[in-house]
Design a binder for this molecule. Structure first.
Ligand code: PRP
Ligand code: HPA
Ligand code: MG
Length: 165
């Protein structure tokens, strides 16, 4: 298993703030969004926050899995498709939400289902960035983002111990 070089841990508080910042960036759409399609499972959390902020009541899922063993990406599987009514008109006025885009593979598969939908993620890495319309924070490709729902409290070594060989 290869571990990315850098770590970007995100607390619940920070995630909430970043997801709200994403909601602010999504306020410009004339007439609003007719629905959110969130990419499970990571997209469920920002979708709840954005739906609350923008008053969106129709929330759909598209269920995709590709990272099977921690940081290793495997074959991408679509476990559940989007309801056909939201794919009408190529997904115009639909807001697709995910927690992040990394290689962009997940985004490419879901975008192909709804080419006119708006794709939003909280975080983006350089490879996935061209596939996303709106995001909040970019991190480098060699960084792993640690989401609060994947973490618990553990002892932290002092920074000096890591840097003094
Ligand atoms: O840009 P990519 O390289 O395709 O990676 C990004 C996707 O990977 C993660 O999902 P994952 O497949 O791990 O499933 P999960 O959301 O259930 O954790 C993350 O939530 C994104 O959906
Ligand atoms: O950096 C990441 N963090 C968490 N899940 C992920 N899935 C793809 N990339 C990442
Ligand atoms: Mg995901």
């Amino acid at each position: 298993m290869s571990l990315p070089e850098k770590a970007f841990p995100v607390s619940w508080d920070q995630f909430h703030r970043d997801a709200r910042a994403l909601a602010w960036r999504l306020t410009g759409n004339n007439g609003g969004w007719k629905a959110i399609v969130c990419i499970t499972r990571g997209g469920l959390v920002p979708a709840a926050i954005i739906a609350r902020e923008l008053g969106i009541r129709v929330i759909e899922t598209v269920c995709v899995a590709s990272y099977h063993e921690y940081t290793e990406q495997g074959e991408l599987r679509v476990l559940k498709e989007v309801t056909p009514s939201l794919m009408e008109n190529e997904g115009a006025d639909v807001l697709i939400v995910d927690d992040l885009t990394d290689t962009g593979k997940t985004a490419a598969v879901v975008r192909a289902m709804m080419p006119r939908a708006h794709f939003a993620t909280v975080y983006a890495k350089p490879k996935g960035r061209p596939l996303v319309d709106t995001f909040v924070t970019e991190v480098s490709q060699d960084t792993w983002i640690y989401f609060p729902w994947d973490m618990g409290f553990t002892y932290q070594k002092p920074i000096s111990e890591d840097h003094l060989g």
